[in-house]
Every structure is written in C-alpha cells, then in structure tokens.
Design a protein around this ligand. Structure first.
Ligand code: XUL
Ligand code: CO
Length: 435
C-alpha cells in the first residue's frame, strides 16, 4: 500500500523553482568544505513526531488521522507505520531515522512481550533498510511516558523502577544494535525533580552515573562501536532536569568517568529553554570535543516551553553552521528533525513541506557559513582580536610561564591599555551580506 500516493520523489530544482515539493538549496551531492551536503548533515526523520504524533495537546485530541493507524494488533500497526516511514524517507531522500523503542511498536504487557514485538519490528525494518539504503542514526528508550516513570527512571527513588528502566534500555540497545544503529541517545526524560524537599539529589545523580555505566558496558560487551549521546534539556517535563545544559552535562560526564564514551546531542529548543543560544551550546560541546549530534527544531520567542517547531531561522542556523565548520563537524551524529508540524497542519503533504523547509534551511546556512569562512574578513578579524597572544608576553602567558608578579610588572610598565572595539555591528553586517 502507498501512504503518500500524491507525492513523487522530491528533487533538487534550484532557488528559482516554483515547485513547493522540491529542494531549492539542498542538493545532496553539492560539496562544501570537502564533504557533500548529505555527508555533512546525515538528515534523520524523528519517528515519534512524524509517524506517531497526531497533534494532540493538553486542550484537545489529535487532529491528524494517519492512514497507517487504527490496527488492532500492535505488530501489524507497527509494520504499517514502518512502511509509511520508509516511503516517506525514500521520497524525501532522508538517509536516516531516529526512534524510541515504543515508537516502533506499542509497549507490551511485560518486558518479554515487548521484546518479542521489538524483534518482529527489527526484522521488518531490516528488510526495508536493505531495500532503501535508509539507516538508523540513533535509537533510544522512552523512559518518560509510562506512569511508572512519574518520579524518573534511572533517578527514581524506587529501585524496582530503576531496574525496570534498565531492562527497557537493554531491549532498546538490542534493537538499535540489530539495526546497526550508528549511535544511541539518552535524553533525561523525567530525570530531575519537582521539589527538593522530597529529593536526595546527590544519591539520584550517583544512580544516574551507575545506570549509564551499566548501559555502556553492556553495549560495548555486545560489540557496539557507536557513540552514546546525552541530550541536555533544562526543564519540562520535570521542573529541574539534571542534564540542564551542555556545560552541566560535560561536568557530570567528566566527574563520573563517562566522558570517553558519551558525547552530546544538542537540541535547538532545549538550548534556548536553558537561556542560551543554539550556537552557544554547540560551541560548549565542541570546546570539550563532544559535539556529537543535533536535534533540529526551533522554539517560539514568546513561549517558555518546547514548541518543537521546524527550523526556519536562517540567521540562527548560519551562526550554528559556523560553529560546526570551525569545529570539524559532528562526531558520529547527524541532524535529526525533532520537530512537529503544528496541530492545525493536517494534510500529509505538510510533513513533506516541513522537512523540505528544514533541509533547505540547513543547506543554505552551511553554504553561507562556508562562504563567510572562505571569502569574508570574518576569520581574519576574529584572529586579529587575539593577536596580542600570538607573540611576546601574550604568547608566554598562553604557555603558562608568566606569574602573577610578572604580570603585575608588565602591567605597571605598560600603563593604561588602549581601547579596541569589538566591532559587533560590523561582524553582523558581514554575516548579513552572506545570506
Ligand atoms: C524531548 C526530546 C526527545 C529526545 C529523545 O524534548 O527532545 O524527543 O530527543 O527522547
Ligand atoms: Co530531542
């Protein structure tokens, strides 16, 4: 059965095209900084939003009736949804998908029933992957929807829940490995707290580290070579989440000996919820050598929650792509559209428009960022701001050979430093000219 019979393969037609179902900027074979656009981005479809999210919100039921839904039997329903997923990705030329365990198929009544269902789904996926060339960017476990996780999963105060979560992660890792998943993600779901009055934060954080070690050790023992990512988010659903932002997560990983195996998956709307910009979070991760993957979406300037809208802010993405190119790209990951169409976007075509827009935007941002790095004064100007450290006493300071007394003597003899403008507006104009 065809689920999107009115849509053909989406092709690159160039910026002048009038066809809404075509790419204007994303030419997958176009080469930028030594790699094709497809290689830079490794675009992924987020199974949960695109195939599962019917548009329900706290005020009302879903608005989309998917032609793949309504099956009585869980595995038949899962297979229909998966057939639709592969038709969708193939038509768009999206090479990867990301999934939670129970996006693929409904959770069973026990861990063993869930395992059977997941096995049936990975068999089905293997055939579809072989036929299409589509791959798994990452898998994960949904440790936040079921009521048993209301007080957290790995950080739950009840050991039975922690063990149940670990059992679920084992099955999600098994499924990811059966599908040759390139990475595995931990998003902290409800790992955090609602009130410190009833929370032993230190103990919960220790449990989180133990849990991550156990998961990593299991997967490594099974031969998993991919990268584990943590996806920071400051709040929602918990009031305070332990994986608040990139800096918090890096500190936690280093403190607990997890920094060799885990990197970061930076999500745009999570960055902005934590009071940072997306590019700030990317840079913090890159500084630590941990820029693993991206969840692409955007928030809403007026709303303080995770609206998960498809990306459309060219300034934001161009600045982000500057960070990406300067740091040498994503370490193992890709760009996963963790975004949902609006509740009143009820046509199946809207799913295509949303992804086309996101893919075109990233392509445009990367091409602009590359142009800025190659053809504009940006890098020279930025380098020149620091040139006093390139030689002489500045270079000695960078080498760590100047004591505080030596710095005192140098400052005393040099007198008041000259003022040097940061030229922010000039930098902004240079970026605008590249768009
Ligand atoms: C939630 C979120 C998740 C993770 C995967 O805000 O981003 O969908 O990406 O669990
Ligand atoms: Co996400």
């Amino acid at each position: 059965m065809m689920y999107f019979p009115n849509i053909d393969h989406i092709s690159f037609e160039g910026p002048e095209s009038d066809n809404p179902l075509a790419f204007r900027f994303y030419d997958r074979n176009h080469s930028v900084a030594g790699k094709t656009l497809a290689e830079h981005f490794k675009f992924a479809c987020a199974y949960w939003h695109t195939l599962c999210n019917a548009g329900g919100d706290p005020f009302g039921a879903g608005t989309r009736t998917f032609p793949w839904s309504g099956h009585q039997d869980a595995v038949s329903g899962g297979k229909a949804k998966m057939d639709a997923a592969f038709e969708f990705m193939s038509k768009l030329g999206i090479d990867y998908f990301c999934f939670h365990d129970y996006d693929l198929v409904d959770e069973g009544g026990s861990l063993s029933e869930s395992e059977e269902r997941l096995m049936a789904m990975t068999d089905h996926a293997t055939a579809l992957m072989e036929g299409s060339g589509v791959k798994v960017l990452w898998g994960t476990a949904n440790l936040f929807s079921h009521p048993r996780y209301m007080n957290g999963a790995a950080t739950n105060p009840d050991f039975q829940v922690v063990a149940r979560a670990a059992g679920q992660v084992k099955l999600a890792l098994d499924a990811t490995m059966r599908l040759d998943g390139e990475n595995y993600v931990f998003w902290g779901g409800r790992e955090g707290y609602m009130s410190l009055l009833n929370t032993d934060m230190k103990r919960e954080l220790d449990h989180l580290a133990l849990f991550l070690h156990a998961a990593k050790d299991y997967a490594r023992a099974q031969g998993f070579k991919g990268t584990f990512f943590i996806e920071p988010k400051p709040c929602e659903p918990s009031k305070h989440q332990y994986d608040y932002d990139a800096a918090t997560v890096i500190g936690f990983l280093q403190e607990n000996g997890l920094d060799k195996d885990l990197k970061l998956n930076i999500e745009v709307n999570h960055a902005t919820l934590s009071g940072h910009t997306f590019q700030h979070e990317l840079q913090v991760a890159a500084n630590a050598g941990m820029l693993g993957s991206i969840d692409a979406n955007r928030g809403d300037n007026q709303n303080g929650w995770d609206t998960d809208q498809f990306p459309n802010n060219l300034y934001e993405i161009t600045e982000a792509m500057l960070v990406l190119l300067r740091s040498g790209g994503l370490m193992g990951g890709g760009v996963n559209f963790d975004a949902k169409v609006r509740r009143n976007s009820t046509d199946l075509d809207d799913l295509f428009h949303a992804h086309i827009g996101g893919m075109d935007l990233f392509a445009r941002g990367l091409i602009a960022a590359d142009k800025l790095l190659q053809d504009s004064a940006l890098e020279t100007m930025r380098g020149a701001r620091y040139e006093s450290f390139d030689s002489g006493n500045g270079a000695s300071f960078e080498q760590g050979t100047l004591s505080l007394e030596a710095l005192f003597d140098l400052a005393s003899s040099a007198g008041e430093p000259e003022r040097r403008s940061g030229q922010q507006e000039l930098y902004e104009n240079i970026v605008n000219r590249s768009l």
